[in-house]
Design a protein around this ligand. Sequence first.
Ligand code: ADP
Length: 172
Amino acid sequence: MTVAIYPGTFDPLTLGHLDIINRISKLFDRVVVGIARVSTGKDVLFDLDSRMQMVTEAVAHLSNVVVAPFEGLTVRFAKEQKASVLVRGLRAVSDFDYEFMMSQMNKNLAGEIETMFVMAGLEFQFLSSSLVKEVARLGGDISAFVPGHVARLLAKKLGSASKKAPPKAKPA
Ligand code: ADP
């Protein structure tokens, strides 16, 4: 039985992520989508529970895909899950340097775990969670980039965030 992990921050889950999950679910016996509690250098909009829920709902139709939280080393998480493959998605040229470096480091840390890259679908090459958040914050329509339930969560989150903002001081 071949187990693969697909780790990431998923803040929020996009249709690009979901495309990768759908495709790799056909290649492995079991896929564990690993949701990183925190990600170095990243400010997360959604807490771990919300990110877990949004991914769990999106993969409910895939019987061999499960969702699990993790923190710390990705290769340690892979070993805990008894995974032999670590899948990462690759977009155009932007991801290559970092992903290449990480895969070499992970190879040094755990030689038995193979990193596999899956090319993002053409229509998702320029889609990222950070861009989705930026557009949503500015009031743009992100419904073509994320599942419906994620779009609703984003609207709720950013709507309530703007409601919580203190009123602007009146000019003197
Ligand atoms: P991380 O913080 O680990 O980069 P992300 O949630 O941003 O987590 O991404 C998780 C994985 O999904 C990464 O391998 C990333 O390259 C990949 N990915 C992100 N966006 C897309 C997309 N539009 N299409 C395909 N893969 C993607």
